[in-house]
Design a protein around this ligand. Structure first.
Ligand SMILES: NC(=O)c1ccc[n+]([C@@H]2O[C@H](COP(=O)([O-])OP(=O)(O)OC[C@H]3O[C@@H](n4cnc5c(N)ncnc54)[C@H](OP(=O)(O)O)[C@@H]3O)[C@@H](O)[C@H]2O)c1
Length: 190
Protein backbone atom coordinates (compact mmCIF):
# COMPACT_ATOMS: atom_id res chain seq x y z
CA UNK A 1 0.00 0.00 0.00
CA UNK A 2 1.27 3.48 -0.86
CA UNK A 3 0.33 6.70 0.87
CA UNK A 4 -0.35 9.41 -1.71
CA UNK A 5 -0.58 13.16 -1.14
CA UNK A 6 -2.45 15.28 -3.68
CA UNK A 7 -1.83 19.02 -3.61
CA UNK A 8 -4.87 20.61 -5.22
CA UNK A 9 -8.39 19.45 -4.49
CA UNK A 10 -10.11 20.72 -7.63
CA UNK A 11 -11.48 18.71 -10.56
CA UNK A 12 -8.34 16.65 -11.13
CA UNK A 13 -7.31 16.35 -7.50
CA UNK A 14 -10.66 14.88 -6.58
CA UNK A 15 -10.89 12.57 -9.58
CA UNK A 16 -7.36 11.21 -9.03
CA UNK A 17 -8.05 10.86 -5.31
CA UNK A 18 -10.94 8.50 -6.08
CA UNK A 19 -8.72 6.42 -8.38
CA UNK A 20 -6.01 6.14 -5.71
CA UNK A 21 -8.48 5.14 -3.00
CA UNK A 22 -10.26 2.65 -5.27
CA UNK A 23 -6.95 0.83 -5.71
CA UNK A 24 -6.58 0.28 -1.97
CA UNK A 25 -4.00 3.01 -1.46
CA UNK A 26 -4.38 5.84 1.04
CA UNK A 27 -4.72 9.45 0.00
CA UNK A 28 -4.65 12.92 1.55
CA UNK A 29 -5.81 16.07 -0.28
CA UNK A 30 -4.52 19.62 0.19
CA UNK A 31 -5.73 22.97 -1.11
CA UNK A 32 -4.27 26.45 -0.90
CA UNK A 33 -5.45 26.94 2.69
CA UNK A 34 -3.40 23.92 3.88
CA UNK A 35 0.05 25.48 3.47
CA UNK A 36 1.04 24.71 7.07
CA UNK A 37 0.00 21.03 6.89
CA UNK A 38 3.01 18.92 5.80
CA UNK A 39 2.64 16.29 3.08
CA UNK A 40 3.17 12.77 4.40
CA UNK A 41 2.78 10.70 1.21
CA UNK A 42 5.60 8.83 -0.50
CA UNK A 43 4.04 9.86 -3.79
CA UNK A 44 2.98 13.51 -4.17
CA UNK A 45 0.76 14.61 -7.05
CA UNK A 46 0.79 18.31 -7.92
CA UNK A 47 -2.81 18.86 -9.10
CA UNK A 48 -2.59 22.65 -9.21
CA UNK A 49 -2.56 25.10 -12.13
CA UNK A 50 0.91 25.53 -13.67
CA UNK A 51 1.31 29.11 -12.36
CA UNK A 52 0.80 27.81 -8.79
CA UNK A 53 3.71 25.34 -8.97
CA UNK A 54 6.31 27.89 -7.85
CA UNK A 55 4.19 28.74 -4.81
CA UNK A 56 3.88 25.05 -3.92
CA UNK A 57 7.66 24.69 -4.21
CA UNK A 58 8.21 27.79 -2.08
CA UNK A 59 5.93 26.28 0.57
CA UNK A 60 7.09 22.67 0.39
CA UNK A 61 10.22 21.95 -1.70
CA UNK A 62 11.99 20.42 1.33
CA UNK A 63 9.02 18.09 1.97
CA UNK A 64 9.28 16.72 -1.58
CA UNK A 65 12.88 15.57 -1.30
CA UNK A 66 13.30 11.84 -1.95
CA UNK A 67 9.66 11.43 -3.03
CA UNK A 68 7.98 10.57 -6.28
CA UNK A 69 6.49 13.88 -7.49
CA UNK A 70 3.90 13.77 -10.27
CA UNK A 71 3.33 16.81 -12.47
CA UNK A 72 -0.07 16.81 -14.20
CA UNK A 73 -0.06 20.40 -15.46
CA UNK A 74 -0.80 21.70 -18.92
CA UNK A 75 1.27 24.90 -19.00
CA UNK A 76 -0.96 26.87 -21.35
CA UNK A 77 -1.02 30.57 -22.02
CA UNK A 78 -4.56 30.99 -20.69
CA UNK A 79 -4.83 34.53 -22.09
CA UNK A 80 -4.42 33.51 -25.72
CA UNK A 81 -5.12 29.74 -25.55
CA UNK A 82 -2.69 29.66 -28.46
CA UNK A 83 0.61 28.42 -27.01
CA UNK A 84 2.39 26.78 -24.16
CA UNK A 85 4.39 29.03 -21.82
CA UNK A 86 7.37 26.65 -21.56
CA UNK A 87 10.17 26.57 -24.16
CA UNK A 88 9.36 24.52 -27.29
CA UNK A 89 12.21 22.09 -26.51
CA UNK A 90 11.27 21.84 -22.82
CA UNK A 91 8.32 21.11 -20.57
CA UNK A 92 6.79 22.01 -17.24
CA UNK A 93 7.95 18.62 -15.96
CA UNK A 94 11.56 19.26 -17.03
CA UNK A 95 11.47 22.62 -15.24
CA UNK A 96 10.10 20.88 -12.15
CA UNK A 97 12.80 18.18 -12.24
CA UNK A 98 15.45 20.88 -12.39
CA UNK A 99 13.95 22.60 -9.35
CA UNK A 100 13.61 19.31 -7.43
CA UNK A 101 16.89 17.47 -8.06
CA UNK A 102 16.33 15.16 -5.07
CA UNK A 103 12.82 14.05 -6.14
CA UNK A 104 11.77 11.51 -8.76
CA UNK A 105 9.65 13.60 -11.10
CA UNK A 106 7.02 12.01 -13.35
CA UNK A 107 4.64 13.48 -15.90
CA UNK A 108 1.19 11.89 -15.94
CA UNK A 109 -2.55 12.57 -16.17
CA UNK A 110 -2.14 15.72 -18.31
CA UNK A 111 -3.71 14.05 -21.37
CA UNK A 112 -6.85 12.84 -19.57
CA UNK A 113 -9.75 15.19 -18.85
CA UNK A 114 -11.04 15.03 -15.26
CA UNK A 115 -14.36 13.52 -16.36
CA UNK A 116 -12.57 10.61 -18.02
CA UNK A 117 -10.42 10.01 -14.94
CA UNK A 118 -13.65 9.81 -12.94
CA UNK A 119 -15.56 7.62 -15.41
CA UNK A 120 -12.64 5.41 -16.47
CA UNK A 121 -13.79 5.66 -20.08
CA UNK A 122 -12.99 7.75 -23.14
CA UNK A 123 -15.89 6.84 -25.38
CA UNK A 124 -15.74 3.06 -25.72
CA UNK A 125 -12.12 2.66 -24.56
CA UNK A 126 -10.64 2.64 -21.05
CA UNK A 127 -8.99 5.87 -19.92
CA UNK A 128 -5.23 5.59 -20.40
CA UNK A 129 -2.78 7.49 -18.21
CA UNK A 130 0.47 8.11 -20.09
CA UNK A 131 3.42 8.28 -17.70
CA UNK A 132 6.85 9.73 -18.51
CA UNK A 133 9.84 9.75 -16.19
CA UNK A 134 13.48 8.81 -15.82
CA UNK A 135 13.20 6.61 -12.72
CA UNK A 136 11.94 3.15 -13.72
CA UNK A 137 10.94 2.16 -10.16
CA UNK A 138 8.99 5.39 -9.62
CA UNK A 139 7.17 4.90 -12.93
CA UNK A 140 6.32 1.29 -12.11
CA UNK A 141 5.08 2.26 -8.64
CA UNK A 142 2.86 5.00 -10.04
CA UNK A 143 1.58 2.77 -12.88
CA UNK A 144 0.61 0.23 -10.21
CA UNK A 145 -1.38 2.85 -8.29
CA UNK A 146 -3.17 3.95 -11.48
CA UNK A 147 -4.01 0.45 -12.68
CA UNK A 148 -5.12 -0.71 -9.22
CA UNK A 149 -7.59 2.18 -9.38
CA UNK A 150 -9.11 0.86 -12.60
CA UNK A 151 -7.42 3.00 -15.27
CA UNK A 152 -4.95 1.83 -17.88
CA UNK A 153 -1.34 2.96 -17.30
CA UNK A 154 1.20 3.13 -20.12
CA UNK A 155 4.90 3.96 -19.84
CA UNK A 156 5.41 6.78 -22.35
CA UNK A 157 9.20 6.88 -21.99
CA UNK A 158 11.74 9.15 -20.31
CA UNK A 159 10.90 12.51 -18.79
CA UNK A 160 11.89 14.24 -22.03
CA UNK A 161 8.64 12.77 -23.51
CA UNK A 162 6.80 15.24 -21.23
CA UNK A 163 7.28 17.77 -24.00
CA UNK A 164 5.16 15.63 -26.35
CA UNK A 165 2.63 14.82 -23.61
CA UNK A 166 2.18 18.53 -22.93
CA UNK A 167 1.73 19.17 -26.65
CA UNK A 168 -0.96 16.46 -26.77
CA UNK A 169 -2.64 17.90 -23.66
CA UNK A 170 -2.57 21.37 -25.23
CA UNK A 171 -4.08 20.14 -28.50
CA UNK A 172 -6.81 18.22 -26.68
CA UNK A 173 -7.70 21.33 -24.67
CA UNK A 174 -7.97 23.51 -27.76
CA UNK A 175 -10.27 20.91 -29.34
CA UNK A 176 -12.50 20.91 -26.27
CA UNK A 177 -12.57 24.70 -26.01
CA UNK A 178 -13.51 24.80 -29.72
CA UNK A 179 -16.27 22.24 -29.05
CA UNK A 180 -14.72 19.71 -31.43
CA UNK A 181 -14.59 17.15 -28.62
CA UNK A 182 -16.53 16.89 -25.36
CA UNK A 183 -14.87 17.41 -21.96
CA UNK A 184 -16.08 13.86 -21.26
CA UNK A 185 -14.08 12.58 -24.26
CA UNK A 186 -10.66 13.24 -25.72
CA UNK A 187 -7.82 11.05 -26.98
CA UNK A 188 -7.94 7.33 -26.27
CA UNK A 189 -5.34 4.62 -26.76
CA UNK A 190 -6.47 1.45 -28.52
N1 LIG B 1 -9.39 19.63 -15.50
C1 LIG B 1 -8.89 18.78 -16.37
O1 LIG B 1 -9.62 18.08 -17.10
C2 LIG B 1 -7.38 18.62 -16.49
C3 LIG B 1 -6.88 17.60 -17.33
C4 LIG B 1 -5.50 17.39 -17.39
C5 LIG B 1 -4.64 18.18 -16.64
N2 LIG B 1 -5.16 19.19 -15.86
C6 LIG B 1 -4.24 19.97 -15.06
O2 LIG B 1 -4.49 19.64 -13.71
C7 LIG B 1 -4.21 20.76 -12.88
C8 LIG B 1 -5.42 21.02 -11.98
O3 LIG B 1 -6.54 21.29 -12.81
P1 LIG B 1 -8.02 21.33 -12.19
O4 LIG B 1 -8.92 21.34 -13.35
O5 LIG B 1 -8.18 20.30 -11.15
O6 LIG B 1 -8.02 22.77 -11.50
P2 LIG B 1 -9.03 23.34 -10.40
O7 LIG B 1 -10.30 22.58 -10.41
O8 LIG B 1 -9.07 24.80 -10.64
O9 LIG B 1 -8.27 23.05 -9.01
C9 LIG B 1 -7.04 23.65 -8.71
C10 LIG B 1 -6.70 23.32 -7.28
O10 LIG B 1 -5.38 23.83 -7.01
C11 LIG B 1 -5.39 24.37 -5.70
N3 LIG B 1 -4.30 25.32 -5.53
C12 LIG B 1 -4.04 26.44 -6.25
N4 LIG B 1 -2.92 27.01 -5.79
C13 LIG B 1 -2.45 26.24 -4.79
C14 LIG B 1 -1.34 26.30 -3.90
N5 LIG B 1 -0.44 27.30 -3.98
N6 LIG B 1 -1.20 25.32 -2.95
C15 LIG B 1 -2.08 24.32 -2.87
N7 LIG B 1 -3.16 24.20 -3.68
C16 LIG B 1 -3.35 25.16 -4.62
C17 LIG B 1 -6.75 25.01 -5.60
O11 LIG B 1 -7.04 25.23 -4.22
P3 LIG B 1 -8.03 26.45 -3.78
O12 LIG B 1 -9.37 26.09 -4.33
O13 LIG B 1 -7.93 26.43 -2.31
O14 LIG B 1 -7.43 27.68 -4.43
C18 LIG B 1 -7.63 23.93 -6.23
O15 LIG B 1 -7.93 22.95 -5.27
C19 LIG B 1 -3.86 21.92 -13.81
O16 LIG B 1 -2.47 22.07 -13.89
C20 LIG B 1 -4.42 21.49 -15.16
O17 LIG B 1 -3.69 22.02 -16.24
C21 LIG B 1 -6.49 19.42 -15.77
Amino acid sequence: MTHVSIIGSGNMGQAISSVVARGGNTVELFNSTDKDKPVTGDVVILAVPYPAIDQVLADRADQLSGKVVVDITNPLNFETFDSLVVPADGSAAAELAEKLPDSKVLKAFNTTFAATVASGQVGEVPTTVLIAGDDADAKAQFAGIVSAGGLKAVDAGPLKRARELEAVGFLQLTLAVGEKVAWTGGFGLV
